[in-house]
Ligand binder design. Structure first.
Ligand code: FE
Length: 329
């Protein structure tokens, strides 16, 4: 097979917009328990960031009747890269045109996945300007470590559910330059049940899991990074004493080798706290590692308690689950 030269046009996951039916409670969860701060408000939206997020927002909470994904914001690696990716996306028919800018970023090209998840990519960003009272003595840290909750450090990745993982994965690979680091193939390769993709040495900035509900465009989770496994135990105490539902963890996935904990924020969306970075990939010719029925048990849980069935079925917005989908898990 000819070696396919990597495309480095997408630099990073910049922000995720999430819908919540209870914006105040959702903002309170991220602010009071996870130590994030509110950096601005527009209409029905509240913009937030973690203390090591350099831009003015990494998370936006927007009011809607049901929880779910608003959009995913990517930063390109240069102004030229933005133009190249916009042109490539345009050819797929999934481009949705340019906007002049939005909170925290300049001109952006909007697009959708084959299932309709909204995304945008931009180059110009607004950097967070720290008020003196919150500034750090570390010149490489945008804000000092907050005192509230167990503060997460930065946004890490997003996970979406797709009716056809292969189509969604291929779109991110071909139009955006993502590389698939790991995937799950079931039934002798007939069903792709998950794919973990990145443009950086991280195993994933985006993952895509099979949605067996028949719905399209659902959201699985957004993850924020601790980088220190002890913080999962610390925040676990905080969540348990404050009625926040822990769905799974702390535990370790074989896939991505992530130390994880999944919880539900009060608006109903799943949020992952990421205890470390798993492993990193520096091999430019990395070959996707494929999990199958033979080894998937360790892929899902390397150690720790099993994840409940709802982990594979629940996404936002919640939808009725056909009996066949439940039986498949
Ligand atoms: Fe995750």
């Amino acid at each position: 097979m000819t070696y396919k030269e990597p495309i480095h046009d997408v630099a990073q996951l910049a922000h995720v917009e999430m819908y919540s039916p209870d914006v105040d409670a959702t903002v309170g969860f991220f602010r009071d328990l996870l130590g994030m701060s509110v950096s601005g408000r527009d209409g029905n939206s509240v913009h937030m960031r973690a203390y090591e997020d350099y831009y003015v927002r990494s998370l936006t909470i927007t009011h809607r009747d049901k929880p779910g994904l608003g959009h995913i914001g990517w930063r390109s690696s240069s102004p030229q890269a933005l133009e190249r990716r916009a042109a490539a996306i345009e050819k797929t028919g999934l481009g949705r045109g340019w906007i002049d800018g939005d909170t925290g970023h300049g001109r952006a090209y909007q697009f959708e996945t084959p299932d309709g998840h909204k995304n945008r990519i931009f180059w110009d960003v607004e950097y967070f300007q720290c008020p003196d009272a919150e500034s750090s003595c570390l010149i490489n840290r945008p804000q000092r470590r907050p005192l509230q909750g167990v503060p997460v450090r930065r946004i890490d990745h997003v996970n979406i559910m797709a009716s056809n993982v292969t189509k969604t994965k291929t779109f991110y690979e071909e139009a955006l330059g993502f590389r698939t680091r790991e995937n799950i193939l079931l039934e002798n390769g007939a069903i792709e049940a998950g794919a973990w993709m990145s443009t950086t040495p991280q195993v994933h900035e985006i993952a895509c899991m099979l949605d067996r509900s028949g719905a399209k465009g659902r959201f699985h989770h957004v993850a924020f990074w601790y980088g220190s496994p002890q913080h999962l135990s610390d925040i676990g105490d905080v969540f348990s004493e404050r009625g926040i539902k822990i769905e799974a963890g702390p535990g370790k996935h074989g896939i991505s080798q992530a130390l994880f904990m999944y919880v539900y924020e009060p608006g109903g969306n799943r949020v992952e706290l990421f205890g470390d970075s798993g492993y990193l990939i520096f091999d430019p010719a990395w070959k996707c590692r494929t999990w199958t029925e033979q080894n998937l048990e360790k892929g899902i849980i390397f150690y720790g308690s099993p994840v409940p069935q709802e982990f594979f079925l629940y996404g936002t917005p919640d939808v009725p689950m056909p009996a066949a989908a439940q039986a498949a898990e």
